[in-house]
Design a protein around this ligand. Structure first.
Ligand code: NAD
Ligand code: TYD
Length: 349
């Protein structure tokens, strides 16, 4: 039985990933290390928390002692690093925590993996590790910067991050790459486009707009609303991560995307339609500074080399997702009743 250390497993994608693994296989033990920041929520996992293959550890990826203890007490085979500060708007108002968590935290995890997996940890020239181990860094297409009307992000596209968030993720990618090159640590980096699905914190476009529709609040569309994102259902992201973990070639980067480019305003209109509200709720607000115009992923490498493909069409995925938020008002209510209101006030006034 293999043991996966999942970091940030109480967040949106991490919790979907843990559920995906525990419900589709009984071949993996999962240890979930999460600091439970504003974005971490153990309610995301209440249906799987008593599974004997699952264990939660409350801790910070930047805390060397905690990370070291986890490696000492468990035979970790894989690390999948989801833990991060993940919201672009927050990175514009408070970049520091992004540098600390996303860069230094990744460094702590890499260093622990290297020391505990090395066959000869005291020899700095040793480039050999226990069989079957891997460090997978969950990154983002945002590290590539913005596209114009044409073209797609390939794995070879130069990194050109535009927000403190994407700059911190690009820095972490560079650190992961360096551990692959200098120490031959078995690593992969995945760069995924925008995810949607259940359990996403309602600071991100889709759940925020659904929640505002339900409560008949204005829908804050940045700028002209014609920015384009390439949407992927979170469960397709989870299957792609698993594919890269088990089949990806060491040191390779894999882009993950579902070929679903949509302008923000199209998404907002679709949500209005599905919730039976009218367009008078749309409120065009000041644009995000440095707002990336378009993201689009070329997923040829992962589809042809590893045989992965997405299973959701956007039309089915978004309908199912909107339904989930409408059917789970208690989950949303708990989140929006806490610090969220302060954030919302500051952000949207
Ligand atoms: P999220 O904000 O919903 O969850 C992040 C999780 O990390 C939370 O549970 C939080 O408590 C935890 N965390 C934060 N700081 C921590 C720390 N110092 N130590 C331990 N845990 C900590 O984020 P998400 O949307 O689930 O994204 C997960 C990963 O996927 C991130 O690395 C993000 O950059 C990447 N990603 C996200 C998207 C997307 O559309 N959401 C797209 C591509 C890549
Ligand atoms: P977001 O969900 O924050 O993801 P990212 O910035 O990582 O792509 O935003 C998705 C798009 O929606 C992005 O172009 C910004 C836009 N947006 C709005 O127009 N209004 C909003 O209130 C939010 C949160 C996002």
């Amino acid at each position: 039985m293999k043991t996966i250390l999942v970091t940030g497993g109480a967040g949106f994608i991490g919790s979907n990933f843990i559920r995906y693994i525990l419900t589709s296989s009984d071949e993996f033990n999962i240890i979930n290390l999460d600091a439970l920041t504003y974005a971490g929520n153990l309610r995301n996992l209440c249906d799987v928390e008593s599974n004997p293959l699952y264990r939660f550890i409350h801790g910070d990826i930047r805390d060397k002692d905690t990370v070291d203890r986890i490696f000492c007490e468990n035979e970790i085979d894989y690390v999948i690093n989801f833990a991060a500060e993940s919201h672009v708007d927050r990175s514009i108002t408070n970049p520091e925590i992004f540098l600390s968590t996303n860069i230094l935290g990744t460094g702590v995890l890499l260093d622990a993996a290297k020391r505990h997996w090395s066959l000869s940890p005291d020899n700095k020239y040793c480039r050999e590790y226990r069989d079957g181990v891997k460090f997978l860094q969950v990154s983002t297409d945002e590290v590539y910067g913005a596209l114009g009307k044409e073209g797609f992000f390939k794995e070879t596209t130069p990194l050109s991050p535009n927000s403190p968030y994407s700059a911190s993720k690009a820095s972490a990618d560079m650190l992961v790459r360096s551990y692959g090159e200098t120490f031959a640590l078995p690593v992969n980096i995945t760069r995924c486009s925008n995810n949607y699905g259940p359990y996403q914190f309602p600071e991100k476009l889709i759940p925020l707009m659904i929640n505002n529709c339900v409560n008949e609040k204005p829908l804050p569309v940045y700028g002209d609303g014609l920015q384009i994102r390439d949407w992927l259902h979170v469960s397709d992201h989870c299957s792609a991560i698993m594919t890269v973990l088990l089949k990806g070639r060491a040191s390779e980067v894999y882009n993950i995307g579902g070929n679903n480019e949509k302008a923000n305003i199209e998404i907002v209109r679709l949500i209005l339609d599905a919730t039976g509200k009218d367009e008078s709720l749309i409120s065009y607000v000041k644009d995000r500074p440095g707002h990336d115009r378009r993201y689009a992923i070329d997923n040829t490498k992962i589809t042809t080399e590893l045989g992965w493909s997405p299973s959701y069409t956007f039309e089915n995925g978004i309908r199912e997702t909107i339904r989930w938020y409408l059917d789970n008002p208690d989950w949303v209510k708990e989140i929006v009743s806490g610090d969220y209101m302060n954030y919302y006030e500051k952000m949207y006034g």
